[in-house]
Design a protein around this ligand. Sequence first.
Ligand SMILES: [Zn+2]
Length: 201
Amino acid sequence: MIRADLHVHTNYSADATINPKTLIDQLNAHPTIKAIAITDHNTTEGYHHAKQLASAYPDILIIPAAEITTTHGDIIILGTAELPPKPWTPQNITNHAKQNNAITIAAHPYRTYGLGDAAKNYQIDAIETLNGTSPTNINKMAENLAKTLNLPGVAGSDAHYIDELWTVYTEIQAPLDINEILKAIKNGKVKTAYAPKSIHF
Ligand SMILES: [Zn+2]
């Protein structure tokens, strides 16, 4: 079993300030969360930078990802550093994910830039039911959507700033291995949780 934050931005996102070096140092020092997905907006440059820095540490895992601004709302593609071809329609994103052994997550579906109920029209693999920067009622709506669609619910901090990190995590019944993690998420072997901020860096 591992604990992962499946939604983290770095300063490669125009609206975020987290330095990849600080991020990797904090992940390495974190007592329980040992994997993160770098989900910058429409780029995987931050992932590549973080991955390179993380290569010095055997006990942490950086999952390739991106949060794509699609025509109908934000979709996280998890498990590949290849950006989908444009136009960025939800259909093109889900097709691209399948072709690259990656999965798709409807990010904060009921916030601005979320897919909302339209998530049911696409072959999305999981719903972000716990977003660290969303109010409880909005997360609750996402939980209901996951139930209705019978899809797994995952958690991500959606941190854009250092102090937004380590707020929530996804518990995944898998070892620290990307393919095993993707498989476990697809099979619903996941649980979401709030992380008490017990550690200060
Ligand atoms: Zn985000």
